[in-house]
Design a protein around this ligand. Sequence first.
Ligand SMILES: NC(=O)c1ccc[n+]([C@@H]2O[C@H](COP(=O)([O-])OP(=O)(O)OC[C@H]3O[C@@H](n4cnc5c(N)ncnc54)[C@H](OP(=O)(O)O)[C@@H]3O)[C@@H](O)[C@H]2O)c1
Length: 235
Amino acid sequence: MTTTLITGANKGLGFETAGRLIAAGHTVYVGSRDEERGRRAAARLGARMVLLDVTDDASVAAAAKTIEADGGLDVLVNNAGIEGRLEGNLVAGAAETTADLMRQLFETNVFGLVRVTHAFLPLLQRSAAPVVVNVSSGLASLTGMTAPGTPAYAYPGVAYPASKAAVNMITVQYAKAFPNMRINAVEPGYTATDLNGHTGTQTVEEGAEIIVRMAQAGPDGPTGGYFDAEGPLPC
Ligand SMILES: NC(=O)c1ccc[n+]([C@@H]2O[C@H](COP(=O)([O-])OP(=O)(O)OC[C@H]3O[C@@H](n4cnc5c(N)ncnc54)[C@H](OP(=O)(O)O)[C@@H]3O)[C@@H](O)[C@H]2O)c1
């Protein structure tokens, strides 16, 4: 039996991933920072719910304790994330980017991911086949962001791509440090969710594809990589 925790799984890509992994036989914990939203999502999915705010040490420690007491963890999907759009669904470009905005994005997307991973490492190390999936973005790729004529090149934001580039680096370093684990970063693609005011061009079913696939990586699967549904991506 595979036990899986997905952070920020009360909606969007995390919710879809939870449903697909339950269908594949996983026992899934829906991580949610809001109890009511989490309970509703878990009830719809037939999942377990764990209260988990990735920006809060005490919340993450309590979630780890609960899951440890229930029997441990095999798969961690670090999915919770924010893009930090401004009023009117606008992306903050270089001129509007402040240190506070950077801090806010990094607090969730980077420090939150490290906080959760660090707290669950002891549980993952006890699993026979531990897996970590870090939900990154196509905007994390320096190669992509500097390729004229692509949608990534046209994206004006600073904080969100920088936070996801950090996620990719963290993925590589954790993968080297823990060779017994499969630890990969994934790019779901531009997906219609609350994160982008539903401007994304893909469905959550399409977006969740690579998350679900990497969550099921076997012991011979890749580690330290960065993938979308089509295959490896350039860093
Ligand atoms: N949509 C895209 O086009 C796209 C593309 C590439 C990558 N991604 C990445 O995919 C992941 C999921 O995004 P999504 O598109 O599904 O967005 P979403 O629908 O807005 O879902 C984001 C989830 O993260 C949760 N969250 C935010 N801050 C949190 C915190 N401090 N603690 C715990 N949970 C928190 C949200 O909870 P609340 O409901 O409480 O706010 C929500 O459950 C993110 O990492 C995002 O960067 C998305």
